[in-house]
Design a protein around this ligand. Structure first.
Ligand code: GLY
Length: 357
């Protein structure tokens, strides 16, 4: 179907978007690799473990079962997995395959980044959200009690295998949550992709085959281009955080259990659209288009008990805040953004309030 290159200072690799590419996994395991470790949850393994095992054509591997959930995306889990690797004969020649949704991609990637000071990782994202975002770009990490992804490393994969066939079993709520990251890609970089998401919700929600392929391929292409230009998020890569500043605050305020990440990003994009409009950057029509497009892919978990002041209180704790100053990615039109800091608290609060209506 499509293949996109990521070229960074440390690594060049391909992100393949191709139906059935799970079956190609052995092609990407280097001949010199030693023990192969596959990190996945029991859910993913129950659905796709047999297909993975068949694809490996007798090549030995050890599966590490991760329990799943933000609550378990912690250093303790990474340590336990590393101990399991050692117990199972892992060494510097080992390779990790992170086979799952965004949490598995992040945590499995982090395990690979630090095991024996770094072994290669292959990313096989299995949810829409991870296929269009977390699986590509080399951000890996774990949560601390004090916040999400507060420890981690950039560790680019050997290859990303994005198989849209894996979405056939994705629960509806997770699919809708992942769609929000596709909407994000449209807002930040592609008016054409945004129009697809705005005008063709029936095809998107029906998982129409060519529509899904277009959504994933365009989003992965955007992500690869942005990461290639700015691997370590010193500039352009910040645009991938559109909607994430308030999104992360919503997740923190609700203890990481109320929203799926994509749902929080959806509400966060509404806040960012309102903030873009309130600060005079975005036309009312484009603001409305963003808000309405996000809402096409709801429903969202209940918002009525959320206090905008409490949500706002988390912003300064976000790891993207620098010396207490909160940075927002704001839209200037559909397809273009700018990174802004120093917005007064009252305007931010109003944008959050509007996003929660
Ligand atoms: N998820 C945002 C990034 O990869 O930079």
């Amino acid at each position: 179907m499509a293949s996109f290159a990521v070229k960074t200072a440390t690594q060049s690799y391909q992100a393949h978007v191709e139906r059935g590419c799970l079956a190609r996994v052995p092609e990407f395991i280097p001949a010199r690799a030693g023990r192969v470790f596959v990190v996945s949850t029991d859910d993913v393994w129950a659905l796709y473990g047999a297909a993975f095992t068949a694809a490996m054509k007798g090549r030995a591997f050890h599966r590490i079962a991760f329990p799943g959930g933000e609550i378990n995306k912690r250093m303790a889990a990474v340590e336990a997995m590393a101990e399991e690797m050692v117990a199972q004969g892992g060494d510097r020649s080992s390779i990790v395959i992170a086979f799952g949704g965004g949490i598995v991609n992040d945590l499995g990637g982090f395990l690979a980044a630090i095991f024996m000071r770094g072994v290669p990782v292959i990313q096989i994202p299995t949810t829409l959200l991870s296929q269009v975002d977390a699986g590509v770009g080399g951000k890996t990490g774990a949560n601390l009690a004090s916040g999400k992804n507060l420890v981690g490393a950039f560790h680019q994969p050997l290859v990303v295998l994005t198989d849209p066939d894996l979405l056939a079993t994705l629960p509806e709520r997770e699919y809708r949550a992942g769609i929000q990251e596709v909407v994000k890609c449209g807002v930040i970089r592609s008016a054409g992709l945004f129009e697809l998401m705005r005008l063709r919700p029936a095809d998107v929600l029906a998982k129409d085959s060519s529509t899904i392929e277009q959504m994933i391929a365009e989003s992965v292409g955007i992500k690869c281009e942005v990461v290639s230009a700015d691997e370590k998020e010193s500039g352009l890569r910040k645009i991938l955080n559109f909607g994430h500043t308030v999104g992360h605050a919503l997740e923190a305020e609700t203890g990481y259990t109320h929203f799926l990440h994509g749902e929080a990003v959806g509400i966060g994009m509404k806040a960012a659209a309102h903030l873009s409009h309130l600060t005079g950057r975005l036309s009312p029509a484009d603001c409305q288009a963003i808000v309405e497009t996000v809402d096409l892919y709801g429903p969202f978990p209940a918002l009525d008990s959320l206090d905008p002041v409490r949500v706002a209180s988390h912003l300064k704790k976000d790891k993207k805040a620098l010396q207490g100053s909160v940075h927002f990615v704001l839209a200037t039109a559909i397809g273009t953004t700018e990174v802004v800091s120093g917005i007064d608290d009252a305007t931010v609060l109003e944008a959050i309030r509007l996003s929660l209506q």
